[in-house]
Design a protein around this ligand. Structure first.
Ligand code: NAI
Length: 734
């Protein structure tokens, strides 16, 4: 075996060390799966073996679960369509069942098997541990145990949905599995899915002690009279779990995530039958889930692409690593303060500049507040927090910029001011340093005109709140060099964010596409659709917030300002829509700017009680549609999602974005585009471009030319292409 080392000692204890060659972390590959089967056979048939201990040979932990890269290429690549659908289904099931079969064989090998965990066990890794008769774990609160499959649209397919509820009850298990929650060792012991906690480095000795006591080699569920903790589905407690669980799920996810429904079903059905049948039920649901576009999209975007981007997958090749030790941030407002904090957390010496010392200090105060919270919650020591804070130097003196490897400019959104601070900072900078602007709307090429070194000038667009948002949109100006891009990506990775790269354009990629969602909500309102319908349908699409409430958050006066600017720029080419009239009324006539002045599409009671849709809206636009049968609901959902995907397609057509991977990841991380779709590009690719185009044509007929598919999409539809195929930067992950 290449992945497991097996040594049998004088007492007949087989020490099995899991150590996948050439990897820093164990994952379950096809070859691991095969060898688990071999191991089970050896344990059962080798008379010299009296008991066994499974441990990891990696310092990084026990096992992080299935190799999603391999699983992805095996089942996502598409391949030739199966000739015989029945045979293909059977073969698929057998593949899905193979790991369950191997682990069940270990569980029933007739010899006691312990698992000694010195580090993390996630997904399939925890499922291996769960098939052992005894689990002992190092008492280190940093160790993570969990079944995170649901986070990538999958369900635990190696016994997790069956063994965990049989150990800790259906309710606890469902909470863990549906949300992909991780537990630390003492929580796991408390819940009852590990048996013993010992100091780090002593798990092996503890496992030996357990074996020395000649334990039974049988899982609790294989013993006569076994009862599910908290009761099975037909006991009063168990029934409540499933009734409440289904209601909770519908409220949370509106049925958008097949994996979640399948997890509920697998647990519900599986707990009614003996474990062997239960494992087959689980494998059926696992295979069914794997076939869904949601699982394909989510695995690709939320796992494979995210992982590739975190490793610098979109960094141009051939540029030496750029050491980022010191970075100056210009502007200590909301964004600058957040950027200074994340930099200091990454160990970067940070100069935080504002117009005067007091404003700069205030910006540093933001970092102090977050750090104080971390300390008070026990997530950081005071000493460590002090060290982070000491890395930020607040000042009004541009001389301190000297020696910076990079500058992030985050002053007011004003072209002249930005030009002025660019010059002030550049006067202090080395020729090799990068100047990044965090502008949210001003084209980078224009801002670079103020720079003496436009090659080093780039857009580094953060999202608010900076400490929570994982994405950074990097924008290339016309003259930005490849080297500057490479350096900027080193910077973004150093502060532990995910970079995507786009070309210069008004609104860049993220703001431009996201904007279509809130605008579509306004179109619907202007058409006379009852606001509550718009909001409910919006939530059903899987977007994090409904369109009208999102409009209020972004601010209606800002939307009006952007429109007015566009009208001024485009002159007679500007096409008025009913949304212009609506916004003019709201902003100009009624002074309703959104959440920021407590008056928008919603009203925000001053006593802090829950916001309500503003009743005056119906006077402004008469309600014409106050019923929403399912066909209409589905059509509205499409409007709200497709409009964003269409804008993404236009961005590809115009060369604003060129990478499907960046577009998908960006759409989910920047504006929370319905994650189950895998992103704006995967939505189109996985339903098929031809079908998407046909449905958009129908919407265009009914709702207007903004739904007319661009020529690029028609061409792709005619050729049967996908984005991941046509713009193939992402072959490895596709
Ligand atoms: P803000 O108004 O909170 O902060 C701007 C800061 O710049 C203020 O503290 C101000 O005193 C300072 N400043 C003005 N003149 C200066 C000078 N000569 N030297 C140094 N500092 C000076 O604004 P916010 O929201 O932080 O935005 C900053 C930039 O980030 C803008 O370009 C904005 O478009 C962009 N942005 C904003 C986002 C947001 O959600 N607020 C998201 C992404 C980008």
């Amino acid at each position: 075996m290449e992945n497991f080392k097996l040594e049998i000692d004088a007492e007949g204890i087989a020490l099995i060390t899991f150590d996948v060659p050439g990897r820093s972390m164990n994952t379950i590959t096809a070859s691991v799966l095969e060898e688990l089967g071999e191991l089970a056979h050896t344990l059962k048939t080798d008379a010299a073996i009296k008991g066994a201990i499974i441990q990891s040979g990696k310092a990084s932990g026990f096992c992080a679960g299935a190799d999603l890269g391999e699983m992805g290429s095996g089942s996502l690549a598409g391949g030739a369509a199966p000739q015989d659908a029945d045979a293909a289904l059977k073969a698929g099931f057998e593949r899905a069942f193979a790991l369950n079969k191997a682990l069940r064989a270990i569980e029933t090998c007739g010899k006691p098997v312990a698992c000694a965990l010195e580090g993390l066990a996630l997904g399939g890794g925890l499922e291996i541990a769960l098939c052992c008769h005894y689990r002992v774990i190092a008492d280190n609160p940093k160790i993570k145990l969990g079944l995170p499959e649901a986070k990538v649209g999958l369900l635990p397919g190696a016994g997790g949905t069956q063994r965990l509820p049989r150990l800790i009850g259906a309710q606890n298990a469902l909470m863990m599995i549906l949300q992909g929650e991780e537990k630390n060792p003492s929580e796991a012991k408390g819940l009852g899915f590990v048996h013993e906690l010992v100091p780090a480095g002593e798990t092996l000795a503890a496992a030996r002690r357990w074996l020395a006591a000649k334990p039974k080699a049988v899982a609790p569920w294989d013993e006569k009279g076994f009862k599910i903790p908290g009761g099975g589905p037909f006991t009063p407690g168990g029934a409540m779990t499933f009734i409440g669980g289904n209601a909770f799920l519908s409220k949370q996810s509106y049925g958008n995530y097949p994996a979640q429904k399948h997890i509920m079903s697998a647990v519900y059905e599986g707990l009614q039958v003996p474990i062997d049948a239960a494992l087959r039920i689980e494998s059926r649901y696992f295979f069914k889930t794997l076939q869904t576009p949601q699982a394909r999209g989510m695995i690709r975007t939320l796992f494979l692409s995210m992982q590739a981007l975190a490793k610098g997958g979109n960094r141009p090749k051939g540029h030496a690593p750029y050491e980022i030790n010191k970075v100056s941030v210009l502007g200590a407002g909301m964004m600058g303060a957040g950027i200074a904090y994340v930099q200091a957390m990454a160990g970067i010496e940070t100069v935080l500049i504002d117009r005067d010392q007091a404003s700069a200090e205030k910006g540093k105060g933001y970092a102090k507040d977050i750090l104080d919270k971390r300390v008070s919650r026990g997530r950081m020591s005071q000493g460590a927090a002090d060290k982070v804070l000491a890395l930020i130097t607040p000042t009004a003196d541009y001389a301190l910029v000297k020696g910076s490897d990079l500058v992030v400019e985050a002053v007011f959104e004003n072209r002249e001011l930005k030009a002025e601070v660019t010059k002030l900072a550049e006067a202090q900078l080395a020729q090799t340093a990068v100047f990044g602007s965090n502008t949210s709307t001003l084209p980078i090429t224009g801002l670079a005109e103020a720079s003496a070194r436009p090659k080093n000038f780039i857009g580094i667009h953060f999202f608010s709140p900076v400490d929570k948002m994982g994405l950074v949109e990097i924008i290339l100006g016309k003259e930005t060099s490849e080297e500057t891009l490479a350096k900027s990506i080193y910077y973004v990775l150093k502060i532990k964010k995910t970079p995507i790269t786009v070309n210069d354009s008004r609104g860049f990629y993220t703001s431009r596409c996201f904007g279509t969602y809130v605008t579509e909500g306004a179109h619907m309102l202007a058409e006379g659709i009852k606001p509550a319908i718009i909001e409910n349908v919006g939530k059903m699409t899987g977007m994090p917030r409904a369109p009208l409430e999102m409009s209020d958050d972004v601010a209606l006066d800002l939307a009006w300002k952007v429109r007015s600017q566009a009208r001024a720029d485009l002159g007679s080419a500007y096409k008025e829509t009913p949304v212009d009239g609506l916004l003019a009324n709201m902003v100009e006539k009624l002074g309703r700017y959104g959440r920021k002045n407590g008056k928008g599409y919603y009203e925000y009671p001053s006593d802090g009680s829950k916001k309500k849709i503003w009743p005056g809206l119906s006077d402004l636009v008469a309600v014409k549609i106050s019923e929403c049968p399912p066909e209409l609901r589905d059509e509205y959902k499409k409007r709200l999602l497709y409009i964003q995907a269409l804008e993404t397609a236009r961005c590809f057509e115009e060369g604003v974005i060129t990478s499907p991977r960046d577009a998908d990841v960006g759409s989910i991380l920047a504006w929370g585009f319905a994650p189950y779709t895998g992103g704006t590009v995967s939505l189109m690719d996985l339903m098929g471009i031809a079908k998407f185009v046909a449905e958009c044509d129908v919407l265009a007929q009914k709702y207007g030319p903004r739904f007319t598919p661009p020529a690029l999409l028609r061409d792709m539809a005619a050729k049967g292409e996908t984005f991941y195929g046509r713009f193939a930067d992402n072959k490895a992950a596709a």
